[in-house]
Write a protein that binds this ligand. Structure first.
Ligand code: HEC
Length: 152
């Protein structure tokens, strides 16, 4: 029985296989590195929109909706549960309410009518209201996290 020889031969090839494994990891590295700039570019674009939305929100909405709340009408906050109950939980509906107003909420659209339902302050462009709708929706989905709303 040449058992001594049998136990030696399998070790050789296994050992060789392990050695060739390490360089294949190194080869994968550049592929992973390529993915990064693309991911960064996408999230940066989103971050800029959210930032612009936050700026607009701070200028026009925070007076009544600080932190996503509603100081005039507690049942109509910008938190998801209220938006859903009041059927304002789509960007389209948020846009509409912001553009034309609703109840004691003034409309901010350039062509908002009737005048009595619209803000006496500065009107917003359609693109700005779209950004606001996106911002409000994404904030609502995240429960209004870390918004620097303490301007007073
Ligand atoms: C003068 C106070 C005031 C300002 C300023 C204001 N809102 Fe409102 N907002 C309200 C009130 C009051 C309601 C409730 C209206 C209703 O349902 O009758 C409301 C409701 C809403 C709703 C629907 C909320 C729900 O749960 O039904 C959205 C969305 C909204 N506002 C967005 C905005 C945005 C965006 C701005 C800034 C462009 C803004 N609001 C500025 C007072 C205000």
């Amino acid at each position: 029985m040449g058992s001594g020889e049998n136990s030696v031969t399998p070790i050789g090839p296994r050992h060789m296989h392990k050695k060739t494994h390490a360089p294949s990891y190194v080869k994968k590295m550049p592929i992973l590195a390529f993915g990064h700039p693309i991911l960064l570019r996408v999230s940066l674009g989103q971050a800029i929109d959210i930032q612009r939305g936050a700026t607009l929100f701070g200028r026009s909405c925070i007076g009544c909706h600080d932190g996503g709340g509603n100081i005039i009408q507690p049942g109509a906050t910008l938190f998801l549960k209220d938006l859903q109950r009041n059927e304002v939980d789509t960007e389209e509906e948020i846009f509409r309410v912001t553009y034309y107003g609703k109840g004691r909420m003034p409309g901010f659209g350039e062509n908002c009518t009737p005048r009595g339902q619209c803000t006496f302050g500065a009107r917003l462009q359609e693109e700005e209201i779209k950004l606001l709708a996106e911002f409000v929706k994404s904030q609502a989905e995240q429960g209004w996290p870390n918004i620097e709303s303490n301007t007073d």
